[in-house]
Design a protein around this ligand. Structure first.
Ligand SMILES: Cc1cc2nc3c(=O)[nH]c(=O)nc-3n(C[C@H](O)[C@H](O)[C@H](O)COP(=O)(O)OP(=O)(O)OC[C@H]3O[C@@H](n4cnc5c(N)ncnc54)[C@H](O)[C@@H]3O)c2cc1C
Length: 424
């Protein structure tokens, strides 16, 4: 391996891939050190069910303004407009919601948006999203569980309203036919990435940084570190000197929540059209399971649960998660339909993955400014942190991670230019 480079990128997820591509495009030398034996980080497509199944990110959110959309087009990767194709099925108990119930549910979504947006726009001290959200109506718990546990991966009483409003997604969703992980891996092709090379120590105090790990040592004139905030906070990588206290505080203030996914084959037996999203009215405190059935007409059912319920089930183990989801399928569609789900399921556990420690970040109440602190280049751009948590608008998404990686690359390249000017 090259032992001295212009830029070292730590992590080959979306931010790291974007950063490495930008550094290489500027004609500078770059090496990416990746802890896992694969690229993609929290974006990975699994084929154990016989078809592409994304264990992490699946959708290109904010499609109208997402850097991955034009890149997918350039590669000829097919994206479908999942919003246009989505069929919605909402249950009350095990029967479909009536038209009146469905209208009340839609109104509860609108009411949530109106009240949280109005409270955020009013300014004043930050509060939790839960404080601004409507409650007490027959659909409010269901909408709050969607917005919190499923979309933000954490309960709304722990999430900053300001950050929630700043990072709200809109602008459509696209689904890559061959999987998001497949797409990201193609964007990493040809980059100098060293796999299974976790960095355990980074000395960044001098003019040349030194990364150490079982791979040996690597010297670099600038470093872009793309570790998830929960991994930074756990101090699995030792920075020498330590990261400034305000940066470590920002990592702690942007914890990762969790969403667990269980993928089943045998969804054809449920009698649902392709691209059906199935949910159910819940009572306050009850976990919400969001199901995506038969994407692209495939014989697949993906079941999602998020927040504290997901964390508790992940702690119990894969068998408990699978049993929980099978029970929910039985409750919704009956025991006979549930029996059509075959064995050989896929169960994810991002919380226990040492290189992720969760799914995506939210800001703690009162700490929306943490994203800006984390994104500030250090040592004049010779050390930049990047990743989804650093993006002010598309935090929590692959698009946000991508843009944050590109921004870090610009800062690192500027630092290198300054340095060459100073020495000439
Ligand atoms: C279940 C789930 C569903 C999601 N759904 C969506 C979705 O539909 N759409 C969307 O846009 N986003 C979604 N996301 C979020 C999205 O996946 C992330 O925001 C994005 O992938 C983060 O990219 P990143 O580069 O910031 O971090 P990561 O992808 O986590 O990359 C960081 C990399 O650093 C590596 N690393 C860690 N420690 C070290 C070390 N010491 N040395 C070297 N390497 C190290 C890791 O292995 C990893 O590869 C989802 C995530 C999950 C988990």
């Amino acid at each position: 391996m090259t032992t001295e480079v212009d830029v070292l990128v730590i992590g080959a997820g979306a931010a790291g891939i974007a950063a490495a591509r930008a550094v290489r495009a500027a004609g500078r030398s770059v090496v990416v050190l990746e802890a896992r034996g694969r690229v993609g980080g929290r974006v990975v497509t699994d084929h154990r069910l016989g078809v592409p199944f994304d264990l992490g990110a699946a959708w290109l959110h904010n499609a109208g303004d997402n850097p991955l959309v034009p890149l997918a087009d350039q590669l000829g990767a097919r994206l479908v407009d999942s919003d246009a194709l989505r069929q919605e099925r909402t249950l009350v108990g095990n029967r479909p919601a009536t038209e009146a119930e469905r209208a009340a549910y839609d109104a509860a979504w609108d009411d949530f948006a109106t009240r949280t947006e109005a409270r955020a726009a009013a300014g004043g001290p930050d509060c939790s999203v839960a404080e601004a959200a409507p409650r007490g109506g027959p659909w409010d718990a269901t909408v709050s569980a969607w917005q919190g546990d499923i979309i933000a991966a954490a309960p709304l009483d722990r999430i900053s309203l300001r950050d929630f409003a700043d990072t709200a997604l809109n602008g459509g969703n696209r689904l890559p036919e061959q999987g998001f992980g497949t797409l990201l891996a193609r964007l990493a092709e040809g980059l100098p990435i060293r796999l299974s090379a976790p960095v355990t120590r980074l000395s960044w105090g001098g003019s040349v940084a030194v990364a150490e790990g079982a791979f040996g040592t690597l010297r670099a004139r600038a470093v872009i570190a793309t570790l998830p905030t929960a991994v930074l906070a756990a101090e699995a990588l030792r920075f020498d000197p330590p990261l400034p206290p305000e940066v470590m505080q920002a990592a702690h203030d942007l914890p990762l929540g969790t969403v667990a996914k269980v993928g089943f084959r045998g969804a054809d037996g449920l009698g649902l059209p392709a691209f059906t999203s199935v949910d159910r009215q819940i009572r306050p405190g009850e976990p919400l399971v969001a199901m995506s059935a038969r994407p692209f007409g495939r014989d697949i059912l993906a079941c999602h649960v998020g927040g504290d319920a997901a964390a508790a089930l992940e702690a119990e183990g894969d068998a408990a998660l699978e049993a929980f989801m099978r029970a929910e399928v039985t409750r919704r569609f009956g025991a006979e339909a549930a029996r059509t789900l075959r064995d050989g399921t896929i169960v994810t556990d991002w919380l226990r993955d040492p290189f992720a420690r969760g799914v995506y970040s939210h800001a703690r109440v009162g700490r929306a400014s943490a994203r800006g602190i984390l994104a500030q280049p250090l040592a004049g751009g010779r050390l930049c942190l990047a990743g989804e948590a650093c993006h002010a608008r598309l935090a929590g998404t692959v698009g946000g991670a991508w843009w944050s990686g590109e921004a870090a690359a610009r800062a690192a390249l500027a630092a290198l230019r300054q340095r060459s000017e100073a020495t000439t």
